[in-house]
Write a protein that binds this ligand. Structure first.
Ligand SMILES: Cc1cc2nc3c(=O)[nH]c(=O)nc-3n(C[C@H](O)[C@H](O)[C@H](O)COP(=O)(O)O)c2cc1C
Ligand code: SF4
Length: 215
């Protein structure tokens, strides 16, 4: 497994077909739970959540066991539970639906708000949770999630985080760190539209960066 991970693969790197099949099952379950009243509905709803939660949890624990080396990156868990939990910001429903097949795409349009409930973007949205890890652990930690400003990085380092990680800010502007290195007020240009999320199926990119200028 470590060899596979060392090649840059992730246990969460599912194929487009697997994503579609999971989405179709989720949509069907959401439809039945929302539209029908029947004995055992609550138990069924609970079991559908368990069936999503357990694989993600097992993968998460396997990750920790396999990669039991410092520094530890404090991520937001699995996208199978709530895809917006570790993104925050706009829900790119139309783009997400378009990236799926026709049938799943229709389902995403109809029930997408249930699958991807919107959570507001806040700078460093995982910081309150990450602080709890910082208090309890001595090992080097990486703060992740909504880091867009040099001031946030300065604050995180001052609080004892050894590193920060940035995803969308650097997708939007790959040389942002150069700007941040020379200006204490530097802020990223990412607008948290999350339209890069569905581009994972055709070559991950920021939709605001013109094709010829992508890294
Ligand atoms: C295009 C894209 C694809 C991502 N794919 C994954 C993924 O496969 N697994 C994962 O755990 N996180 C994934 N993430 C989430 C990031 O690792 C990160 O947790 C999230 O974007 C929040 O950080 P940010 O605010 O710096 O973007 C992805 C993010 C983006 C923008
Ligand atoms: S598409 Fe670009 S601007 Fe929108 S969230 Fe992704 S990186 Fe940020």
């Amino acid at each position: 497994m470590q060899e596979w991970l060392a090649q840059g693969a992730s246990p969460l790197d599912l194929t487009r077909e697997t994503h579609s099949a999971l989405a179709a099952i989720g949509l069907l379950a959401a439809y039945v739970i929302t539209r029908h009243r029947f004995v055992g509905r609550r138990a069924f709803e609970f079991l559908t959540m368990v069936s999503f939660a357990i694989p993600g949890t097992v993968i998460g624990v396997s990750y920790i066991v396999a990669l039991h080396v410092a520094p530890l990156e404090l991520t937001g868990g699995s996208s199978l539970l709530n895809g917006m939990y570790y993104f925050r910001g706009d829900v790119p429903l139309r783009e997400f639906a378009a990236a799926q097949g026709t049938i799943v795409g229709l389902g995403v349009r109809a029930f997408g708000r249930r699958i991807l409930p919107e959570l507001p973007f806040e700078e460093a949205f995982f910081l309150p949770f990450a602080r709890q890890f910082r208090r309890e652990l001595d090992m080097p930690l990486i703060l992740l999630g909504g880091i867009n400003e040099r001031a946030t990085i300065d604050g995180a380092l001052a609080e004892g985080f050894e590193f920060v990680a940035m995803a969308r800010a650097l997708l939007r502007e790959p040389d942002l760190v150069n700007r941040m290195a020379t200006s204490a007020n530097a802020m990223g240009l990412c607008v948290h539209c999350n339209k890069c999320m569905p581009t994972i199926y055709r070559g991950t990119h920021c939709v605001l960066v013109p094709e010829g200028e992508r890294a």
